[in-house]
Design a protein. Structure first.
Length: 249
């Protein structure tokens, strides 16, 4: 088996005397979805921020595609092949779906933009944006204003913008939050479609979606990992049931 695309070893983040993340290790592999669950305040989003470079670790290391990226800026890590979404949808609401995705694709232009040229004249950028929109299932919404499409479609748009940067790794922070049943199922289907070509870490509270998607499951409580492994084994763990899932699961 090939090496993990992204590996974190003993990453720790302290805010004063509080260890928001305490010596957590994860491996993300192409073709697998690694779900991270836990109660509010468990450190899941902080872990995501450490992997993406949005936060600097107090200790530990992060390796992406064979390079030690510990302490790199989010922009530099992104260019090595990491894309992420946030808990709060992060799109340009007044722009169309196409314009949002094209802007993301432009960030991967191999040379400086020609300021007197129209953005729509860059064929490679346009092709990259079109592929991302199609992959995200938004072909029929490309001309719609982002602020007028549904919440679920906005989350699809955010993923399309991420895909336009050609990531190897996707870090998705609660992509199903606030969705109804139909929208949630569309997102599950989208993530399954993206799975073969990407290494995915999914932070999510929707347990039905987690168990439908995850190949590997990590449970965090108070900044620490209390269980990690195959979903069925983690689901049956007495400590996990007591700390998070509850007897009903």
């Amino acid at each position: 088996m090939s090496d993990a695309v992204l590996s974190a070893r003993q990453v720790t983040k302290r805010f004063g005397g509080l260890a928001a993340v305490n010596e957590v290790s994860v491996d993300l592999w192409q073709g697998r979805i690694h779900a991270v669950i836990g109660p509010n305040g468990a450190g899941k989003s902080t872990l995501t921020n450490l992997l993406s470079g949005d936060l600097l670790p107090t200790a530990g290391s992060v390796t992406l595609d064979g390079q030690d990226v510990t302490g790199w800026t989010p922009e530099k890590i992104s260019r090595v092949g990491l894309g992420r979404s946030y808990q709060k949808t992060n799109i340009f609401l007044p722009f169309t779906v196409w314009e949002n995705v094209r802007l993301a694709a432009q960030s991967r232009a191999p040379r400086a933009a020609r300021w007197l040229s129209r953005a729509t004249d860059f064929a490679a950028t346009n092709d990259r944006a079109s592929r991302a929109i199609e992959l995200a299932g938004l072909e029929n919404r490309r001309s719609a204003i982002a602020g007028t499409i549904s919440h679920g479609e906005q989350r699809q748009l955010e993923i399309a913008m991420t895909l336009a940067t050609d990531p190897k790794v996707l870090l998705l922070d609660e992509p199903l939050a606030g969705m109804g049943t139909a929208e949630a199922q569309r997102m599950v289907d989208l993530l399954l479609k993206l799975k073969p070509a990407h290494a995915i870490m999914l932070v999510e509270h929707d347990m039905d979606a987690v168990f439908a998607l995850a190949d590997h499951l990590t449970v965090m409580v108070n900044g620490q990992v209390i269980a990690s492994g195959r979903p069925a084994a983690v689901r049956a763990d007495a400590n996990v049931q007591s700390a998070y899932l509850g007897e009903a699961h």
